[in-house]
Design a protein around this ligand. Sequence first.
Ligand code: GDP
Length: 312
Amino acid sequence: MRAAPLPSLAELKAGDKRVLARALAAIETQAGSLALAQLLDAACAAGRACVIGLTGPPGVGKSTLASALVARFRARAETVGIVAVDPSSRRTGGALLGDRARIATDPADQGVFVRSMAARDRLGGLSDQAVAAMVLMRAIYDRVLVESVGIGQSESDISFIVDTLLMCIQPGSGDSLQFMKAGVMELPDIVVVTKADMGRDATRARADVEGALALDAGERGFRSAVVLVSATSGAGLDDLEAAIAQHRAWLADGARLVDRRSKQQDAWVEDAIRARFGSAGLVAARGIAPRGKGPFTIEREIARALAARLGI
Ligand code: GDP
């Protein structure tokens, strides 16, 4: 049976959710095809959305916060794509939460699209599908939210697909704070202390986070913001949006955003080649990396060349 033809980027941009669903399905069914690589590269070059990552331990309030942010974006008629990455078992490879959207949105709203998917072993946790879904949505919508469970090292995985990384911390739980103090994790751009309606615990958590951040030498040149938010009451959401806009403005100054995305693309290619051909494959790939093409075409060409050499 022939696979359904891929939509073009122009068709995707017209905004029909069924067309995006078809392209997302093709990421799996047409993996490795030239047409898919070309579509993803075209989308990559057309990336317009502000991509916001939301991470933190289970129960911290990520989905509630994501729903509140989406409601605010939609109230301003901004369109939103959401990639919700679920922790998954290596054995089954399936999403623990299935395809159930935990983020509350109106299914009849054409301006918001939610896709849940399993984390797998790429980029230490993000799947090829998550990368490709983000790339497609970034070309279509005004905003893209990537939600992923994580604490400690896995924060840096999501930083490979977002422009602005928010890490959520629950008042009264020192978990994330320990990682920050220990310098285990890459610092988020914004630390969100959730459930601010919990009173003193929340203000104490903010003071703790600010203390931990003061230890940071600030190599990145951007000082992480700390925001106290209650997604249920709405308190602090204005501050959070202001902090997101501030980071965005910092990225837009000079070539920072372009540099950040370009480093991310290099990491996707490297990671994909390493996942399939190991470290030796990665060394061999250095000699054959084609120039002047998008990351998905580059990855495909390197993979084909290596496979041909190995006779597989
Ligand atoms: P996630 O696992 O990080 O996505 O967390 P959820 O968004 O599912 O929230 C976990 C629990 O915390 C739920 O029972 C929420 O109702 C609750 N919660 C989320 N945000 C707030 C908040 O701002 N204040 C309070 N008091 N509870 C919240």
